[in-house]
Design a protein. Structure first.
Length: 462
């Protein structure tokens, strides 16, 4: 089959062997998927025209033919081949641009990658027996490197420090204690570190002057993270999630390029921190010991603000009234002993979406909500002390979507007259509100006449 260009074999569970492929001299794409009994792929002298090789879910596969002679190969993807122990690359594949290896638990070695001089993207994930990634001299062409859940690895490849690397993702290094570089990496734009249980030192930021996005999550032993506006002047997005050892954050006011800041599940974080005027999105959630949030007085560019599940927080920043561009606001719950929602006077001109989550002591919704007449979406959750929604709800003339959730004692909607003033309301969702659900039963419920005119009504079962 000298003229064959594409060959795809899929869902052939009984297939145990494939004829010799070396004579398919025009073959450019070879895909083999879900052939569980296939044990080998016969490539001995190479397929000089092959550009793309994909092997997925071939659990019985234990060997792949010699790949060095596939001199045109640009993309190699191997996934779900648990019996495969090695990938035969010895002299390098000079044309290879993308190498992706996933879910190959038996894999213990990968051929030498130094000679893959065109490699731009390398992704290796869920290869538990892999103990090293053979990059020693560096890959000058490498742009993207992702290593995920390879428990046998104790460190990063020593040859990844090259000036072309742009995106670096590291995940699931259970014994990695330090991530550090020895030279400046001028092109790195994105760094993601997640699930490194023993990581205590992240000493890389000073070597990444072009860094734009930094995400650090599920690193419980990471205490300090050192930042400097002089060393990271381009940083636009910063996300820190589930880092329980983190007790403080630096002063971000000099980070004039920072647009998005997310701090989630950092339970040791107690004190507030300073944020830059450039910020457009701020999310703080599940920081259970946080006692104050940053001042927002000068954050006139802020469009989205979330402060959620911070149980020791007793007040909000007075700077909310300065947020003239605020479009999305998500608040609560806060300190459970508060009997009223903390004041959050925010400009009403641009506010489009509001979500409020209450706690048992609250007997009413915050009064200031009635002034947000530009709202198109309102979500009310967990106000278990509230039995009736207020009449002023009818003042929200722009409202299109109303969601009421987890309000166990809520019985009454505003009056029929108030509900009819909501002329733009076309979506009502009621979830886990057992008393209100029964009273909103179609045709027979006492509250049904108040909502029967709404186009889309979703009342979920408990």
């Amino acid at each position: 089959m000298a003229s064959l260009r594409e060959l795809e074999i899929e869902d052939c569970d009984g297939l145990s062997s494939i004829g010799l492929l070396d004579h398919c001299t025009s073959l450019q794409e070879l895909e083999i998927r879900s052939c569980g009994n296939l044990t080998s792929i016969p490539i001995s002298q190479g397929l000089a025209s092959l550009r793309k090789l994909i092997i997925w879910k071939c659990g019985g596969l234990s060997s792949i033919g010699i790949l060095d002679h596939c001199t045109s190969l640009q993309e190699l993807e191997i996934s779900g081949c648990g019996n495969l122990t090695s990938i035969p690359i010895s002299q390098g594949l000079a044309s290879l641009r993308k190498l992706e290896i996933e879910d190959c638990d038996g894999l213990s070695s990968i051929g030498i990658l130094d000679h893959c001089t065109s490699l731009q993207e390398l992704q290796i994930s869920i290869c538990g027996n892999l103990t090293s990634i053979p990059i020693s001299q560096g890959l000058a062409s490498l742009r993207t490197l992702g290593i995920y859940r390879c428990g046998g690895l104790t460190g990063l490849p020593c040859g990844i420090e090259n000036p072309s690397l742009q995106d670096l993702m590291i995940s699931g290094f259970s014994s990695l204690e330090t991530i550090s570089f020895t030279r400046v990496l001028p092109s790195i734009r994105m760094l993601q570190v997640t699930g490194c249980d023993e990581l205590s030192c992240l000493a890389v930021l000073e070597y990444c002057p072009s860094l734009q996005k930094l995400s650090v999550s599920k690193c419980p032993n990471l205490a300090p993270i050192s930042f400097s506006a002089d060393l990271n002047p381009c940083l636009k997005e910063l996300r820190i999630d589930d880092c329980n050892g983190l007790q403080s954050l630096p002063d971000f006011r000099s980070f004039t390029s920072l647009l998005v800041l997310e701090i989630e599940e950092c339970t040791s974080l107690v004190c507030g921190f300073h944020i830059p005027v450039s910020l457009e999105e701020l999310r703080i959630s599940e920081c259970h010991n946080l006692e104050s949030i940053p001042s927002l007085d000068e954050c006139t560019s802020l469009r989205r603000l979330q402060v959620r599940d911070c149980e020791k927080l007793k007040s909000l920043s007075t700077g909310l009234r300065c947020l003239a561009r605020l479009e999305n606001l998500d608040l609560g719950p806060f300190w459970e002993e508060l009997d009223s929602f903390p004041d959050f006077q925010a400009p009403s001109q641009q506010l489009d979406e509001l979500e409020l989550k209450g706690w048992p002591k609250l007997k009413s919704l915050p009064q200031q909500v009635q002034h947000f007449t530009s709202l198109t979406k309102l979500t009310i959750r967990s106000f278990n002390g509230v039995e009736a929604l207020p009449e002023w709800l009818g003042n929200l003339a722009s409202l299109k979507h109303l969601t009421i959730s987890n309000c166990e004692n809520l019985k009454y909607l505003p009056s029929l007259k108030a509900m009819q003033r909501l002329t733009k309301l076309y979506s009502l969702e009621i979830c886990r509100c057992p008393l209100l659900k029964e009273r909103c039963t179609k045709d027979s419920g006492e509250e049904w006449p108040k909502i029967s005119h709404i186009r889309n009504i979703h009342i979920w079962r408990d």
